[in-house]
Design a protein around this ligand. Sequence first.
Ligand SMILES: [Zn+2]
Length: 115
Amino acid sequence: MTHSKPISDQLMDYVCPACQGGLESIESGYHCSPCNKSYPILCGIPDFRLSSDRYLSLSDERKKAQYLHDFGREHTLNALVGEYYRITDDVPPNSAKQFALRHMFLMARRAAPKS
Ligand SMILES: [Zn+2]
């Protein structure tokens, strides 16, 4: 994981999303002493989520995000989108290609000048 402190550290104080207590900055992110929860800095972004979505555990989501972040540093956006769908277990391979193509189509359409 990336442990560098985000620039937003200099702009605001965070509070624990679980108990609203003050957070202590630690090497790997933030820690709340009152409820003993820790929040990592993931890819330069503090991750204050308390739970995951229904597909992956929070730990697995964080691993996936870090993997995709690292992958994206050495690949194109098209490759990154394809990789995201390729490693997403609940998306069948045929659907993964369609989702990736749709995603790229929508980004291209959004970037195109409006007529
Ligand atoms: Zn707390």
